[in-house]
Ligand binder design. Structure first.
Ligand code: SF4
Length: 432
């Protein structure tokens, strides 16, 4: 039976506007965290994985201070500190690495997937971690897989750590046969609660063969092949997407599942690909849309008309800007992103107001000048810029919080709006 939806259902590609918005391109000094930071949310997601950073004391301190407050059980990441050594010492370094890995696996039998995570100190760059992973795969107990990727901070931004991690997993995914039934793969780390909600919605539409990458357990690595259709849940997964396509998987173009509109269009892209009727789609999504619309109402009063400036940091900036402009009636001053993946973001860019000023890359001094001249009501930026901007009297939001918090889907739409309303409320209270 069809349920009449009280709200219109945008299709995945319908709200296309101008995809040729002007872009300021800058290549100067940048203020970003490195890809090691991704371990903070990835280790919570893959529950039998361990992330062994091969790094320096700086890397260890970064991870301790960034993640220390979030550890409530025995941590599933650690740092093997490689001190200064010349090339002649590399044989020792490899031996030491093997020893550390074997000790770790002996002590922690629950580990099924071990990532060797490279970093940027020169003594680590000299180590071939890919070969080390191959060597160790032949030594460790059966049932344990060792993969490697780089979390180096050279020329990357912090969410690329997740892209590198997932890209390292793609070659380990089983091959799905050409005649295997069509399956849906959702790509990008999501909180368990969000995965459960999406799995339920897909199931109610009749899409039962649904996998998530990364999976919750190393034993659940999804098979991938020509009948795999994949939906990106995060906008920063360019390398992973390329490798999945090399395996025959086909991307379903869609905006990202942020806010009511983005979530509906994202789900609709899967529904269309799997032949779900419009009536079924309406029936399955109507309640969620209605609930989310209602929950956003109270935040619209706080956010409508407020101006917003995004510094490039998480690569979530464009989908967030689309949600805040279209559903919260905020005004976009500048939307900066570290990299602009034009094809993965085509639907998003097409939904932005035509007056939106996009910027790609960073020349931090010039961008600070533009931000201070614009004096936006709220500035989204990395941790390093937040305090100086607050000292200038601006209200800031840390972009990294948007990656740590479950914000995708209907039931998280209000939490997403709240993340932007809270700093404004705090600023108002401080002024009283
Ligand atoms: S990987 Fe590089 S940027 Fe990241 S903490 Fe280590 S030394 Fe610093």
């Amino acid at each position: 039976m069809a349920v009449t939806a009280p709200f219109s259902t945008p299709s995945a590609t319908a709200p296309k506007g101008c995809t040729d918005l002007p872009v300021i391109r800058e290549r100067g000094q940048r203020e970003v965290f490195c890809g090691l930071t991704g371990i903070i949310w990835l280790h919570r997601r893959i529950q039998d994985a361990f992330f062994l950073i091969i790094g320096s004391r700086t890397c260890a301190h970064l991870m301790q201070s960034a993640a220390g407050v979030m550890i409530f059980a025995e941590p599933r990441f650690g740092t093997a500190v490689i001190d200064d050594r010349d090339l002649a010492g590399l044989a020792d370094a490899n031996e030491e690495l093997d020893k550390v890995v074997n000790q770790l696996l002996d002590r922690r039998p629950e580990i099924k997937l071990l990532f060797l995570v490279g970093s940027c100190p020169s003594e680590v760059i000299k180590l071939d971690l890919h070969r080390a992973a191959e060597r160790l795969n032949g030594q460790v107990r059966p049932g344990v897989r060792i993969l490697n990727y780089s979390g180096s901070g050279i020329e990357t931004t912090f969410t690329q750590g997740e892209d590198a991690c997932l890209a390292a997993m793609v070659p380990a995914l089983p091959q799905a046969e050409a005649e295997a039934p069509a399956s849906l793969l959702v790509v990008g780390a999501l909180a368990d609660v969000v995965e459960d909600q999406f799995r339920r919605l897909f199931g109610q539409m009749g899409i039962d063969r649904v996998d998530f990458l990364p999976p919750r357990s190393a034993a659940d690595l999804p098979a991938v092949g020509p009948n795999t259709r994949y939906l990106l849940a995060q906008p920063f997964l360019g390398d992973t997407a390329r490798l999945l396509e090399d395996r025959g998987a086909v991307r379903l173009a869609a905006p990202f599942p942020l806010g009511v509109e983005g979530t509906t269009a994202w789900l609709k892209a899967a529904a269309d690909a799997f032949g779900v009727s419009q009536d079924t789609f309406e029936a399955v999504t109507a309640r969620g849309r209605e609930r989310a619309h209602r929950s956003l109402e109270r935040y619209r009063g706080q956010l409508a008309g407020k101006s917003l400036f995004f510094f490039p940091d998480s690569q979530l900036e464009i989908p967030l800007a689309r949600f805040l402009a279209r559903e919260m009636d905020m005004t976009l001053t500048e939307v900066g992103t570290p990299y602009l993946h034009r094809s993965h973001l085509a639907e998003e860019i097409g939904m932005l107001p035509e007056s939106t000023q996009l910027s790609e890359g960073q020349d931090v001094d010039k961008q600070l000048d533009r931000c201070l001249a614009a004096r936006p009501d709220i500035t989204v930026c990395g941790l390093g810029l937040a305090n100086p901007l607050e000292a200038e009297g601006l209200t800031t939001k840390w972009s990294i919080e948007l990656v740590f918090t479950p914000i995708q889907g209907y039931d998280q739409a209000a939490d997403l709006a709240d993340l932007f309303a809270r700093p404004l409320v705090r600023r108002t209270k401080l002024r009283v």
